[in-house]
Design a protein around this ligand. Structure first.
Ligand code: IPM
Ligand code: MG
Length: 354
């Protein structure tokens, strides 16, 4: 049996993970995978029950699983809690605890949605890129000081820090992934200013020597941000550090037309975790209108990367494409002339397309 821990989390996390589990059960029956689902809490929901955003027990269960399907965490209700009790803390606990060193965020412009993109269709058409973001290092986890006084003035600081092995492993993964796609890697850094970026670039160049079949180029992050809106179709795999990846992946996500459609995989040393890249959207939670496609596509990534079931993953991806091609749209991507559907209806249609 393949054990999947499902962590619905907060807000629409509940609805969208329920939807993805339904789709997984359907695929499980069709492909005879033998999947078993077990549920745990995280974020505000966990705080309410256990007084902490992530229990050791939940983390341990994830460590022992074959994959983790995660919804979203966060909500106004918990915004004023001290930092160590806030829902986001669950995300960092899982990232560190499971050693989720690589975050894969694909952006694909579906032909059916090309008009929903904020960019001109002739610019975005055909774009299909993957951001490989380093997830457990850099300025997110470097030494920091919340407040100190120097010469009578208050200041605060964070540290961007990367070691050679940290850069090597994310770079290798980016090149291996590029081999399965169109064979091109763009490394993004700020080597004209930052020491950690200069080391980044040097290590990327070294690792690239083992992948002569993959094309490599380098961009400074400011230029990369510009190129993403000028000509997104030039990119195949983008590899970058934690903070640049955070920023660029939000930019890339909207190019496709809706953040509600974008999945992600966080590849770990122990277990990998899959989640949509959007948040818990408390404003629409419980209304049955959330787009479950980002989570369902994340479930497809789980099948591909954690269970080695590419064919099953592809069936889900095709079912989503077919749903869009048939004119069904959830509220976030609805425009006049299409058929408006809610979360349950979307789930049912996608299941029927499997
Ligand atoms: C993301 C999010 C998180 C991050 C936040 C919620 C801490 O923006 O997963 O991209 O910055 O990594
Ligand atoms: Mg982010």
């Amino acid at each position: 049996m393949k054990k999947i821990i499902v962590i619905p989390g907060d807000g629409i996390g509940q609805e969208i993970t329920a939807s993805a589990v339904k789709v997984l059960r359907k695929v499980d029956a069709k492909f005879n995978i033998g999947m078993e689902f077990d549920y745990r809490d995280a974020g505000g929901t966990s705080y309410e029950k256990f007084g902490t955003p992530l229990t050791d027990e939940a983390l341990d269960a994830c460590k022992k699983a074959d994959g983790v399907l995660f919804g979203a965490v966060g909500g106004k209700k918990w915004d004023s809690l001290p930092v160590h009790l806030r829902p986001e803390k669950a995300i960092f606990g899982l990232r560190k605890g499971l050693g989720l060193f690589a975050n894969l965020r694909p952006t694909k412009v579906y032909p059916e949605l090309v008009n929903s993109s904020p960019l001109k269709p002739e610019l975005v058409g055909g774009s299909d890129l993957l951001i490989v973001r380093e997830l457990v290092g850099g300025i997110y986890f470097g030494p920091r000081c919340e407040s100190e006084t120097k010469d009578g003035v208050e200041q605060a600081w964070d540290t961007e820090i990367y070691s050679v092995p940290e850069i090597e492993r994310i770079t290798r993964l980016a090149f291996e992934t590029a081999r399965l796609r169109r064979g091109k890697v763009t490394s993004v850094d700020k080597a004209n200013v930052l020491a950690a970026s200069r080391l980044w670039r040097k290590v990327v160049v070294d690792v690239a020597k083992n992948f002569p079949d993959v094309e490599l180029n380098h961009l400074y992050v400011d230029n990369a941000a510009m190129q993403l809106v000028l000509n997104p179709a030039q990119f195949d795999v983008i590899v970058t550090n934690n903070i640049f990846g955070d920023i660029l992946s939000d930019e890339a996500a909207v190019i496709g037309g809706s953040i509600g459609l974008m999945p992600s995989a966080s590849i770990g040393e122990l277990t990998s975790l899959y989640e949509p890249i959007h948040g818990s959207a408390p404003d629409i939670a419980g209304k049955g209108i959330a787009n479950p496609m980002g989570t369902i596509l994340s479930a497809a990534m789980l099948l591909r990367y954690s269970l080695n079931r590419s064919a099953a993953a592809a069936v889900i991806e095709t079912a989503i494409e077919r749903t869009l091609a048939d004119g069904y749209r959830t509220a976030d991507i609805f425009t006049d002339g299409f058929k408006r559907i809610g979360t349950d209806e979307a789930t049912e249609i996608i299941c029927n397309n499997i």
